[in-house]
Design a protein around this ligand. Structure first.
Ligand code: HEM
Length: 390
């Protein structure tokens, strides 16, 4: 659907939320799942176990032909229901607690500072996505997992292709298999040589005890690798562009107390909702949502972007307001599949925005808005590149 403004959800989606909040839509494959656009209804669907996240169930609304084709290649718990989902997610919970992630702060600050030093000494203007937005989360997740960052060109190219809704299905399957095998080799290496990283912990606690196969561990790592850098990278890129268009807010993020920076991060997450293809589910029995009956086997798309702009939940929803009293956005989803990596994403954003604005206080966008390429065709929204000068 077309966006009127690149910072807002598609105009037709917003209109539907106001006129027809639970309605059928037509997808690329001719299927007609329900589209849910209001905040309360989106949360109701995501909290309801009668909606399945199993991507293999008939009726599950696939984002594209390539996601449909590769869903069996490296199945991960984001596309499973309990008890399998809970069993696998539990293996990672200890790695992502707020306390555990908090211990990474000095390391994240070091990564950010080093990248900004390199950027400041390099060409001006430059592309912020390549110089900063992508390498921050990519370096952090590589280090956390124990994936050599030196291979980043290889897996970033693969992950870009996997997130591109236009990728040929056979190619998507091939790239998924390649990445999974690459990660399985890293797990195999840890079977004989333990390592104090996430892959090492998974191997020692679950692969060597027989609770997880090497391929399952690799599929889990694949989910973390892709989910762990594209989402945050696009929040850094699109979030910086948004801040640069709101100088007063940018000044507050640059000079503000940590509490204000944290509020700004939540507000950017809400406003930009980069996971713009919606949370997808399929009903396992007949369910009534706000007076509409969704039958067993029918697909549902819960649109986080329109939910996060719902005037029934947020005052002046289209404005960037760093001083909201409450901000119950669904940018990280809701319910049992709510983002596992959110403490890490928050930490990276809370460190990256103010550090960037402090280190380069004259930072500005070095191209007219019409020349900036937005990622409408990608599963994660944002900007492909962001020319900046300082
Ligand atoms: C700003 C950055 C991020 C955003 C906006 C985001 C968004 C989301 C959303 C909306 C979901 C829910 C999916 C659903 O309900 O179907 C999700 C799930 C997930 N995210 Fe994130 N994410 C971000 C960063 C991360 C990071 C840094 C990691 C890990 C390193 C991560 C790992 C995961 C995992 C493993 C799941 C699946 C959880 C489950 O199914 O139980 N995410 N994320």
């Amino acid at each position: 659907m077309a966006r009127g403004c690149p910072f807002d959800p598609p105009t037709d989606l917003t209109r539907l939320r106001d006129t027809d909040p639970i309605t059928r839509v037509s997808l690329w494959d001719g299927s007609t799942p329900w589209l849910i656009t209001r905040h309360a209804d989106v949360r109701a669907v995501l909290a309801d176990r009668r909606f399945s996240a199993d991507t293999g169930r008939p009726g599950y609304p696939a984002v594209s032909a390539s996601t449909l084709a590769r869903r069996r290649t490296a199945p991960s718990f984001i596309g499973m229901d309990d008890p399998d989902h809970a069993r696998l997610r539990r293996m990672l919970i200890g790695e992502f607690t707020v306390r555990r992630i908090g211990t990474l702060r000095p390391r994240v600050e070091r990564v950010v500072t080093d990248l900004l030093d390199t950027m400041a000494a390099g060409p001006n203007p430059t592309d912020l996505v390549e110089a900063f937005a992508l390498p921050v989360p990519s370096m952090v997740i590589c280090e956390m997992l124990g994936v050599p960052y030196a291979d980043h060109d290889y897996f970033q190219e693969h992950s870009r292709a996997l997130l591109d809704t236009r990728t040929d299905p056979a190619e998507a399957v091939r790239r998924t298999e390649e990445l999974r095998d690459y990660l399985a080799a890293l797990v195999a290496a840890r079977e004989s040589e333990p390592a104090d990283d996430l892959l090492g912990h998974l191997t020692e606690r679950y692969v060597l005890t027989g609770a997880l196969s090497r391929t399952e561990a690799a599929s889990m790592a694949l989910l973390l690798l892709v989910a762990g850098h594209e989402t945050t990278a696009n929040m850094i890129g699109l979030g910086t562009l948004t801040l640069l268009r709101h100088p007063a807010a940018a000044a507050q993020v640059r000079d503000g107390e940590p509490a204000l920076v944290n509020a700004a991060v939540e507000e950017l997450l809400r406003l930009l909702t980069v996971t713009h293809t919606g949370r997808r589910r399929v009903a396992t029995e007949d369910v009534e949502i706000d007076g509409v009956t969704i039958r067993a086997g029918e697909g549902v798309i819960a649109a986080g972007d329109t939910a996060n702009r719902d005037p029934a939940e947020f005052a002046h929803p289209d404005e960037l307001d760093l001083h909201r009293e409450s901000n119950h956005h669904v940018a990280f989803g809701f319910g049992i599949h709510q983002c596992l990596g959110q403490p890490l994403a928050r930490l990276e954003l809370q460190v990256a925005y103010p550090a960037l604005l402090r280190r380069l206080p004259t930072l500005r966008v070095a191209a007219p808005l019409e020349e900036i390429a937005f990622r409408d065709e990608m599963a994660v929204y944002g900007v492909h590149a962001l020319p900046v000068a300082w």
